[in-house]
Ligand binder design. Structure first.
Ligand code: NAD
Ligand code: LMR
Length: 325
């Protein structure tokens, strides 16, 4: 019997991440080489025409797994029956904008999208928020979707994870495949904490293979500020690497994986207040993320995890005060 296609909704589909993402989804890299998909592209009215152009190019690839494309500016249509939602479109920070303004503008996007997901998505909906501030945007969407299990709302720190793998591999002159148990903790922001105290390289703890000054003064800030460095170099934020990380996150969520990093709702583990959408060391089993338990956290790591979690609490409190959640 023919397999029912999986409906994947991508918001901000005409943007630069959208352009790097859609072709990979349609080619089977998001869900698997034997899983047919339909794509729903959500854009703001001014960008619908550009999304139509991308759809024409998708058609022109004649992807065997792509069974349909829909383009809309209505979230209720875009999320109708969606199985996977990639929330990429967001309001970028503009000159003179305070953090509160940015959170408010994004609340106006992620609140209604969360409600549309609540009202129209398929029962197995999985949501990945990429648009910044990703963790708090995910929280806003989740809070508008009371009928969807809370753990279906996640935010992307896989790009930070992949950046950390790559930086460490270059330092130790090993292939990235030699590195196991990398972890990003906290917020997708400059306060994030890439943790080498549980990371293993050839069976040894990575923190013991590098000097402390490199770990503290080079590795952590390079990973945490890589997004800004890309903007400085390209004149635009990361796009292909962000799309790649979104593919990694969803593929692993659906198909299972050993240790990686994802921002998921906290269950209180490691002192992260319950409900905050924070990055943790995770595995995926039976289609669900699970936080790796039982890790010892020393004072160096504790201080950095706490700082990033504090920032997440401040963002949550700010959106609460604005009445967005
Ligand atoms: P972009 O400006 O090229 O594209 C964003 C698109 O979103 C635009 O086409 C815009 O029209 C659309 N959009 C805006 N509001 C929308 C709405 N309400 N509904 C549907 N679409 C809407 O930006 P980009 O480079 O593709 O980046 C998108 C977001 O991803 C940004 O917020 C960026 O900061 C973030 N990002 C996150 C990570 C991460 O690791 N989490 C990495 C890179 C970029
Ligand atoms: C990134 O990590 O590359 C982005 O989140 C940077 C940004 O501000 O868009």
């Amino acid at each position: 019997m023919a397999q029912t296609p999986v409906k994947v909704t991508v918001t901000g589909a005409a943007g630069q991440i959208g352009y790097a993402l859609l072709f990979r989804i349609a080619s089977g890299q998001l869900l698997g080489a034997d899983v047919p998909v339909t794509l729903s592209l959500l854009e703001i009215p001014q960008a619908v025409k550009a999304a139509e152009g991308t759809a024409m190019e998708l058609d022109d690839c004649a992807f065997p797994l792509l069974r349909g494309i829909e383009i809309t500016d209505d979230p209720n249509v875009a999320f109708d029956g969606a199985n996977v939602a990639l929330l990429v479109g967001a309001m970028p920070r503009k000159a003179g904008m305070e953090r509160g303004d940015l959170l408010e503008a994004n609340g106006g996007i992620f609140g209604p999208q969360g409600k549309a997901i609540n009202d129209h998505a398929a029962d197995d909906i999985r949501v990945l928020v990429v648009g910044n501030p990703a963790n708090t945007n995910a929280l806003i969407a989740q809070q508008h979707a009371p009928d969807v299990p809370a753990e279906r709302f996640t935010a992307m720190t896989r790009l930070d994870h992949n950046r950390a793998l790559s930086q460490l591999a270059a330092k130790l002159q090993v292939p990235v495949t030699e590195i196991k148990k990398m972890t990003i903790w906290g917020n997708h922001s400059a306060t994030q904490y890439p943790d080498l105290f549980h990371t293993e390289v050839g069976g040894k703890i990575a923190a013991e293979l590098v000097d402390e000054a490199w770990l503290r003064d080079t590795f952590i800030p390079t990973v945490a500020k890589r997004g800004a460095a890309i903007i400085e170099a390209r004149g635009a934020s990361s796009a292909a690497s962000a799309a790649n990380a979104a593919i990694d996150h969803v593929y692993d969520w659906v198909n299972g994986t050993e240790w990686t990093s994802a921002a998921i709702p906290s269950d209180g583990s490691y002192g992260v207040p319950e409900g905050l959408i924070s990055s943790f060391p995770v595995v995926s089993r039976n289609g669900k993320w699970e936080i790796v338990q039982g890790l010892e956290i020393d004072a160096f790591s504790r201080e950095r995890i706490d700082a990033s979690v504090r920032e997440l609490e401040e963002e949550r409190d700010a959106v609460r005060q604005l009445g967005l959640i």
